[in-house]
Design a protein around this ligand. Structure first.
Ligand code: ZN
Ligand code: ZN
Ligand code: FE
Length: 762
């Protein structure tokens, strides 16, 4: 038998995140390797390739494209078609085509690659010690892009004219910098400047390499330096200097929330924390998030960095500027967001001078503008899985493939806290960068600018449909209701959470949803927060919930967990509550009568089924905390103190569609008053909560036959609870869905709103 060598030409069209991630050089490399001819070109919808050659060679070429795309590429569609041969003799990279509708994704910002880091260290390289070195595999993307397509003229690099050497690399198909839009060098690119701020006067101290050395010297001496990074300003100080960290906290008005650290490399990370292999992969990924890792006892890091917290938030350098700075200071740096408490991060120079002058002793800045603010992302590892706490730099705006098709463009306007919004178009959902708490003008402006910007980047002229949270007081809701979109769809908060978890797993079936969080507006006008829903994308039934209690003082109940302890203990013990041998009674009992009276009369005391407030009550009963400086603080401390080896389980009975939180707190209080250790008692609370939720899920399965459970809502950041509930459900034969690409907290709500709105349109 003879083997036929047939010459063919095949056209490929690949969509997804395929521009700005080194895709064309990758295609070029494979084409040369496999001996095919033709070309590759970016077009408005992705990458188009025509490959010609021996049938087997073309097949090998195709297999290589499918099997091993560049690390940050994400392919959502891969189409092929055989066409007439054209007798091409070479393979070439052609310049971009710009006709047609733009539906291409702008890539996220990528951490400095190894090749660039090596050049920065190499004394013979022309980019030696150059803080803005980048290539097609790394560098700024989303934060500098102003319009689509992703070409230099549409970025904040447009005003920098390439020098001859850079221009040569940019147009050399064999170069790592072929069509690297932010390409730069010390000759032609952005420059560093060091400014000192004293008594309201800003003075220039040094430029370029000397600016960097000056900043390092100031940090070593204990100064606070505001550093302009990729997506905004950081406030940095020496993490081993307790006084510097204390001063930073005091000036930033940040009492207790842990501060993120940047360390030089994995070895330095290992000195501070126990790094699992999963955490190592997350730390060194091109997305370079902050990774929460279990800290080692007695390290060089000042206690003030994360007081009483068993975790440290660590990240590795993700720009050459960071690499150079960390190498110069040779110690971990606090790198916290450049803002005062409750404000958005500064990202424009003038705004930074104005707002951060009272915090920073000096500014290390540069002249490459940041188009879009993008905070550091925060993740942790749950088993072998990445679990996001905050999804922003490095992840945004990578689209998420969802289980529905948006028949019309949808804008989901998101919740109030940890705000993101989401654009749904065709089969993609684009969840925005982290906007923060939508409670002030600056955040609102970031939201409306973000909407306009992402609409432009994804070529959406008009959104026909807006989805919004049912809470009438949320600024995003008011904005949605006053918009001119012809269709407005309200989505219940906890339904949005569960739908978000479904979409995140690319699922659309009916599930048992355990939605646990602080609070969200229910469809009956009361506040919900511990909801067992039977839900799919189109709708839900409220199968069960925590028995409601009142939140005395409303918002004040969030700041003062003792108020929730008072409500629960009075419900559990009546006047006997005042006799309990508990620290919270001794400390705050004298303040209970007026607030309980207020609660009984229903004055400023909304009824709520909040899981978050149940945790607050438990933490206060355990004597951990009577006041919180940020939401979720008490709950996090209760989780951190809980003894994982304890088998203690307090009762959390389920009947008539209600979970009885009063019984749970009563058992906890009796046990603590009788001298039970706090770590065991905290475990008993968690285990009881888990057992009650699992029992409720069993009840829902018996009633509906559904065997899939979705876990969503901010309470599921509690990994102690998450792991117990997940394994108990699995033991009973359930399939358990966790979030994978968006956070379980309110940062993921906009995705859920978008897919619910889309499902309701059909
Ligand atoms: Zn690079
Ligand atoms: Zn140059
Ligand atoms: Fe929520």
């Amino acid at each position: 038998m003879t083997v036929m060598h047939r010459r063919i030409r095949r056209r490929f069209h690949i969509q997804g995140v395929v521009q700005g991630v080194g895709f064309r050089p990758f295609v070029y490399g494979r084409a040369i390797e496999m001996g095919v001819t033709g070309y590759v070109v970016n077009d408005p919808r992705g990458v188009a390739i025509e490959a010609e050659g021996d049938e087997a060679a073309v097949a090998r070429f195709e297999a290589a494209l499918r099997a091993d795309p560049p690390p940050l590429a994400s392919i959502t569609s891969f189409q092929t078609e055989d066409i007439d041969i054209a007798d091409a003799t070479t393979f070439e990279i052609r310049s971009s085509r710009s006709e047609g509708r733009v539906r291409v994704s702008i890539p996220p910002d990528l951490a400095t690659c190894r090749a660039c880091a090596a050049e920065v260290e190499d004394v013979r390289d022309r980019r030696h010690r150059y803080a803005f070195t980048n290539c097609t595999d790394c560098g700024p993307r989303f934060t500098i892009v102003a319009a689509s397509p992703y070409d230099r003229v549409n970025t904040t690099m447009a005003s920098f004219e390439m020098c001859r050497a850079c221009a040569a690399e940019y147009s050399d198909q064999g170069s790592r910098r072929f069509h690297a839009q932010p390409i730069a060098c010390p000759e032609c690119g952005p420059r560093l400047r060091l400014l000192t701020a004293e008594g309201g006067a800003i003075e220039e101290e040094a430029v370029a390499t000397e600016a960097l050395e000056g900043a390092a010297e100031l940090l070593i001496q204990g100064a606070i330096v505001a550093i302009k990074g990729l997506g905004g300003f950081h406030l940095a100080c020496d993490a081993t200097n307790a006084n510097a960290v204390k001063r930073l906290r005091a000036r930033k008005h940040r009492e207790a929330k842990p501060l993120a650290l940047m360390v030089a490399d994995l070895a330095a990370a290992r000195e501070l924390a126990v790094i699992t292999s999963q955490e190592e992969a997350l730390l060194s990924s091109p997305r370079a998030p902050i990774v929460l890792s279990r800290r080692r006892p007695s390290t060089a890091v000042a206690e003030e960095v994360a007081p009483g917290n068993p975790y440290l938030g660590l990240m590795l350098p993700y720009t050459p500027l960071h690499h150079l700075l960390l190498a110069a200071v040779r110690r971990p740096l606090v790198m916290t967001s450049g803002n005062l408490v409750d404000e958005p991060v500064a990202f424009q120079d003038d705004d930074a001078y104005e707002r951060l002058q009272q915090v920073a002793d000096a500014f290390l800045i540069h002249d490459r503008p940041i188009r879009t603010r993008c905070d550091d992302s925060v993740v942790r590892a749950v088993g072998s899985q990445e679990y996001l706490i905050r999804r922003s730099r490095g992840y945004v705006p990578q689209p998420i493939s969802v289980p529905t098709t948006f028949s019309r463009p949808v804008l989901a306007t998101g919740p109030e806290l940890k705000h993101t919004f989401c654009l749904g178009v065709e089969d993609l959902a684009v969840v925005s960068h982290h906007i923060g708490d939508l409670q002030n003008y600056a955040a609102m402006a970031a939201f409306t600018d973000g909407v306009a910007h992402l609409k432009r980047l994804f070529d959406i002229d008009e959104v026909d449909v807006v989805a919004y949270d049912l809470h009438p007081g949320y600024l995003a809701t008011r904005w949605a209701l006053s918009s001119e979109a012809p269709t407005k769809i309200g989505v219940q908060h906890h339904h949005a959470h569960i739908a978000s978890c479904l979409a995140d797993n690319n699922r659309s079936d009916r599930v048992i949803g355990l939605a646990l969080d602080g609070t969200g507006m229910g469809d009956d006008g009361t506040l919900w927060g511990c909801e067992i829903l039977v839900a799919d994308l189109t709708g839900y039934e409220r199968f069960a919930h925590l028995a409601p209690v009142s939140l005395p003082g409303g918002e004040a109940a969030i700041k003062e967990p003792w108020r929730m302890a008072a409500v629960y203990l009075e419900a559990g013990f009546g006047d006997g509550a005042y006799q309990l041998a508990l620290e919270v009674v001794r400390e705050t009992g004298s303040k209970w009568a007026p607030i309980l009276k207020m609660a009984r009369r229903g004055l400023n005391s909304p009824e709520a089924t909040s899981a978050g407030r149940l945790f607050d009550a438990a933490a206060a009963v355990c004597g951990l905390r009577t006041r919180s400086s940020y939401e979720g603080q008490a709950a996090a401390e209760l989780e951190n103190v809980a003894d994982p080896s304890s088998g203690l389980v307090y009762p959390f009975p389920f009947s008539d569609g209600r979970l009885d939180g009063v019984s749970l707190i009563r058992a906890l209080a009796e046990d603590v008053a009788a001298g039970r250790s706090v770590p065991e008692a905290a475990a008993g609370f968690h285990n009881g909560l888990a057992a009650g939720l699992v029992e409720t899920a069993l009840g829902a399965r018996a009633a509906t036959g559904i065997e899939v459970v979705a876990l969503s809502g901010g309470t599921w950041q509690n990994v102690f609870l998450l792991e117990r509930v997940r394994s108990a459900l699995r033991d009973r034969g359930f399939e358990v869905l966790l979030h994978r690409q968006v956070p379980c907290n309110d940062g993921g709500v906009s995705l859920g709103q978008a897919v619910v709105a889309s499902a309701k349109l059909i």
